[in-house]
Design a protein around this ligand. Sequence first.
Ligand SMILES: *Cc1c(COP(=O)(O)O)cnc(C)c1O
Length: 300
Amino acid sequence: MDIFNELSLEKIFIQKIEDEQLNKCRLKLDILRLDKIHPVVSGNKWYKLKYYINEFAEGNYNSITTFGGPFSNHIIATAYACFVQKIKCTGYIRGEEPKVYSDTLSDAKALNMQLVFLSRNEYGKRKRHPQNDVSTFFIPEGGFGETGARGASEILNIIPGIPAYDYIISAVGTGTMMAGIANASFRHQKIIGISVFKNNYNLVNEVFSLTGNDSEKRINIFHDYHFGGYAKYNQLLLEFMNKAWVQYFVPLDFVYTAKTFYAIFDLLQKKYFIPGSKILFIHSGGLQGNRSLEKGTLLF
Ligand SMILES: *Cc1c(COP(=O)(O)O)cnc(C)c1O
């Protein structure tokens, strides 16, 4: 995986999934492959950052600062965005400096992001109250906020034919992407989110704080597919990921998209979807995170 590869939005495409179970339930499942943008900087983070970068450019700042964990897709995407735009940037990283950097941290460093390691306590404090430094532009952890949602809403403009879908399903972390998608969705569409955190029941309020239309009635968040919590996994999930690769040629990441894709098939079995419907799964990327798994775990 080369972090210095160019970003290519034209590589995004719709993948149609052929499957017996789907046929039996008279359902169609398509995947919007945002993961194709870039091997490391993949998926929704790029969209969420767009208007933050604009705000930075319009203001009087000399750098960007943001927050994330040592495997964060948001950290790597911010580092990349700043690298190509030649913006000085700092990443506040949750936890002590590790002896051996994760691939994510090594890549962020290679992209000239200045890494500052903070204890969990200090990290939490700074995250809630970014210090009074007016020279740097702060992007919230995970790109959460209206600015991030505005960028994410453009995900539905990439490909024509969006009105044909009855359900739009995505993984949910902070809820920013889901809010953006809900804002750009059509009245007949159900917006389904699979929360990757355990018991994060406040999520729905956070999503609603970013949605501006009638979409709230059409939003449904599931909390039962976290596989033990954020970034936790088990053998079942890993086997499912390998099966998705062998059977459909879909590479998934273990933190977000694998849990969501799994949820789709589980909901299918539970007859959640109305027969005759068309489902769109947003593959939000995140594949770089799989580098933290032991080599040989995955077939892709
Ligand atoms: C960050 C991320 C999400 C969650 O996005 P939010 O806007 O924080 O809800 C989903 N999928 C992938 C691959 C991500 O990296």
